[in-house]
Design a binder for this molecule. Structure first.
Ligand SMILES: Nc1ncnc2c1ncn2[C@@H]1O[C@H](COP(=O)(O)OP(=O)(O)OP(=O)(O)O)[C@@H](O)[C@H]1O
Ligand SMILES: [Mg+2]
Length: 343
């Protein structure tokens, strides 16, 4: 059984009847070389990603619903995921790992850091620190667990060409890591269009598995979709595509017990009379699919940023401050805290 994923622990496995473990798609009963090839072309290169697929997704490979059901079930059973009782769900939750943000108070707001198996969304205006957090997480994920890391590497899907290795070098030096090695452990892909962005994730499973990727970043999730799908009539197809994209991301985060982080821009809704007129892009689809949403704001001046936990499946709303410096994401000092806060 896999040790790192949501698969069962050894003790749990002993309590269950023996289940066959498969390594490659071709090994699965009912999957010959031709079907395996078609599945790979559709983005399913590993048993893990197949385990997270739906029967409908396998249709284009010419696989009947019944056969798809059997294949997915076998893949699920191979990695130890199947229908489970609620008490087992609790045990599954125990496999959830946490990744530090670099700021203790921000970690505390998130109950110990960014969770694996779920999507954490950071949204806010330009310069609010979304990409800086993403850079920092790429470094932190490489730390050992006792330092808040996951001993893994990172996959960075960059849609706005804002990833900078210089920042990784500064951040890793500050943490006493070898900058050259740290940079090597980040797999970078620039997405040129929303279709390309989707294609990258659809084909990421093998890269994730081979490189022990424990952090998947999409920065920004919505920028391409927002600029390509313009006008009311494009709203429905845009939301449908975004939904598919986010479900792919959740599937990968679950299959590989990885942290998934997305960033999102905001827009002002002028017709709002009550509450905050600033809203994240992507509407209900993004809102409902992101498990944890954090709204970032700049203070009126300086390095201070304000993080508000806007929604979480089990944590209360809350607000904390941190700062963005040359070293990366850090806790604000007492002196920083007494300076005027933001809007
Ligand atoms: N080397 C550095 N030292 C100190 N602060 C830095 C450094 N690099 C970036 N910053 C801070 O981070 C800010 C940029 O933040 P970031 O790129 O994370 O914004 P963002 O929220 O991703 O914005 P956008 O919506 O435009 O992508 C800069 O304006 C600066 O305040
Ligand atoms: Mg950015």
């Amino acid at each position: 059984m896999r040790q790192d994923g949501i698969a069962m622990s050894e003790e749990e496995a002993k309590e269950r009847p023996e289940k066959k473990k498969y390594e490659f798609l071709e090994d699965l009963p009912g999957v010959g070389p031709a079907t395996a090839q078609k599945l790979k072309e559709m983005g399913f290169h590993t048993i893990e990603s197949l385990a997270m697929a739906t029967e409908r997704e396998l249709k284009p490979a010419g696989i009947s619903d019944r056969k798809a059901f059997a294949i997915i079930e076998t893949a699920r059973s191979s990695i130890g995921v199947s229908f489970i009782r609620a008490d087992e769900l609790l045990r599954m939750r125990k496999n959830v790992l946490r990744l530090t943000s670099g700021s203790k108070v921000l970690d505390r707001l998130l109950d110990g850091g960014m969770e694996t198996q779920t999507i954490t969304e950071f949204y806010g205006e330009y310069g609010s620190g979304k990409s800086q957090i993403c850079h920092q997480l790429c470094v932190n994920v490489q730390l050992p667990p006792e330092r808040g890391g996951l001993n893994g590497s990172a996959l960075y899907v960059d849609t706005e060409n804002t990833f900078r290795t210089e920042r990784i070098v500064s951040m890793s030096k500050f943490l006493g890591l070898d900058p050259e090695q740290t940079v090597k452990n980040i797999i970078y892909a620039e997405a040129y269009t929303s279709d390309h962005q989707m294609f990258l994730l659809d084909n990421a499973d093998e890269v994730i598995k081979q490189n022990n990727v424990k952090l998947i970043i999409v920065d920004s999730l919505t920028a391409h979709f927002r600029s390509e799908y313009i006008g009311r009539e494009m709203l429905a197809p845009r939301q449908q595509r975004l939904n598919k994209h986010m479900h792919k991301l959740i599937g990968l985060a679950r299959a590989f017990n990885a942290v998934a982080v997305v960033t999102n821009q905001v827009m002002a809704k002028p017709d709002i009379f009550f509450g905050d007129p600033i809203h994240p892009i992507g509407g209900h689809i993004v809102g409902h699919t992101s498990h944890t949403r954090v709204y970032l704001r700049r203070a009126t001046h300086g390095p201070i940023r304000i993080a508000r936990l806007v929604s979480s499946p089990y944590l209360p709303e809350g607000e904390e401050i941190f700062k963005v410096t040359e070293n990366g994401i850090e806790d604000a000092s007492e002196q920083d805290r007494t300076k005027p806060r933001g809007r």
